[in-house]
Design a protein. Structure first.
Length: 375
């Protein structure tokens, strides 16, 4: 069992020599008013044959690679920041990946895409709020738009980070990722309730989120308390192969709030994770004076340690009690600063978290820059 507190005391560096930073790729964000959608487009990028890496490498990306380097590895479009052009309420999303001829590619080409709100904090940590994480497991999702919506003010910044790879067996040119964020315009009498996204990861509080899987069964967990009171209205998760389940629990009450199970095809390939639409029963009440745990269980049958073969994160939507506002981020918090430097790829690695050390130690005291990967 892995537990953690919020004191950062070390950085374990890692190498990442096979990444390609796609410097020619651009990120565009426009309002498709006719369809009530914001359209986020990333690309074009080239995906050569063999542009793929083991899954764990996706979460070790960082540094400032040579923009002209061709390593044949995973492709990372530059981190970008866009702003919402109008106010509204987000309630769903869909996405696709297409080549330069407009042909749709398998969703596996997009290993992951993260949308981050740097102005507001996470529910369980004083880091930037994770708005949305997209990958092959997520599919397209939507909440009942007349009931639930995530309020977005005009001008709100959104940081966009993504990784693509090529497990298809053939090269692709001019590849673009297109994400449609469905919204209701501000000023309508609906949605009836404001909700906000949250995440809780077994590898919190900061740094790369993958971990090594030893042979046999292993359980990984993280515990924290929320900043505000409210209800979890919907929840899902992200797993890797060999996962058995992921849980979100109220430790204080010794109660499982939600358990997600892998969804697999006939060949045992991971397709997704079961969803918890808790709004159907008015949601699960969450209290600031309770401790909550996310835990993921793996069973590695290979007999060998799988390098960075595991992940475990829950994400969902949360409705503050009494129509309360979501807390803004404290940008001076050392953990906020460390997390931001990591997701914009200024630093990379795993951040060791050890209990019982003096609180005068701060994250800013232990961050180390890394040499650029060799060309």
């Amino acid at each position: 069992m892995r537990k953690a507190t919020l004191l950062i005391v070390g950085l374990v560096s890692c190498t990442f020599t096979n990444a390609v930073v796609a410097q020619d790729a651009t990120t565009r964000f426009v309002n498709d008013e006719a369809n009530n959608e914001f359209l986020l487009t990333i690309g074009p990028v080239e995906l050569p044959l063999g542009a793929t890496e083991p899954a764990e490498m996706a979460h070790h990306a960082g540094g400032q690679e040579d923009p002209h380097a061709v390593h044949g590895g995973a492709v990372f479009p530059p981190v970008a920041t866009v702003r919402f052009p109008i106010s509204g309420y987000l309630y769903g999303f869909s996405y696709e990946v297409v080549d330069g001829e407009g042909r749709e590619l398998p969703v596996e080409v997009l290993h992951h895409l993260n949308l981050i709100n740097p102005d507001h904090r996470e529910l369980f940590l004083p880091i930037s709020q994770r708005m949305l994480a997209v990958g092959k497991e997520t599919g397209s999702q939507a909440m009942p738009w007349i009931l639930l919506g995530y309020p977005i003010p005009e001008g709100l910044p959104m940081v966009v980070t993504a990784m693509l790879h090529n497990p298809t067996g053939r090269a692709h040119s001019g590849v673009e990722v297109r994400v449609r964020l469905k919204y209701v315009k501000a000023g309508r009498p609906w949605p009836l309730f404001n909700v906000y996204p949250f995440q809780l990861d077994v590898a919190f509080p900061a740094g790369d989120k993958s971990f090594d899987l030893p042979p046999g069964e292993s359980v990984w967990s993280y515990e924290a308390s929320p900043a505000i009171e409210g209800r979890v209205m919907a929840i899902g998760g992200h797993l890797h192969e060999n996962a058995e389940s992921i849980k979100f629990e109220d430790v204080t009450e010794d109660k499982v709030i939600w358990e997600g199970l892998p969804i697999e095809d006939e060949d045992g390939n991971l397709l997704g994770v079961t969803l918890g639409r808790l709004y159907r029963t008015l949601g699960a009440k969450i209290y600031p004076d309770h401790v909550y745990r996310v835990s993921v269980t793996y069973d590695n049958p290979t007999g060998d340690t799988l390098y960075a073969g595991g992940m475990g994160v829950v994400g969902g939507v949360f409705m503050p009690s009494g129509g309360g506002m979501w807390p803004r981020a404290d940008v001076t918090d050392p953990l906020y600063a460390l997390d931001r430097r990591h997701y914009i790829r200024e630093v990379r690695g795993k951040y060791d978290v050890i209990a019982g050390l003096g609180t005068e130690q701060t994250a800013g005291d232990v961050v180390h820059e890394h040499e650029h990967p060799p060309e």
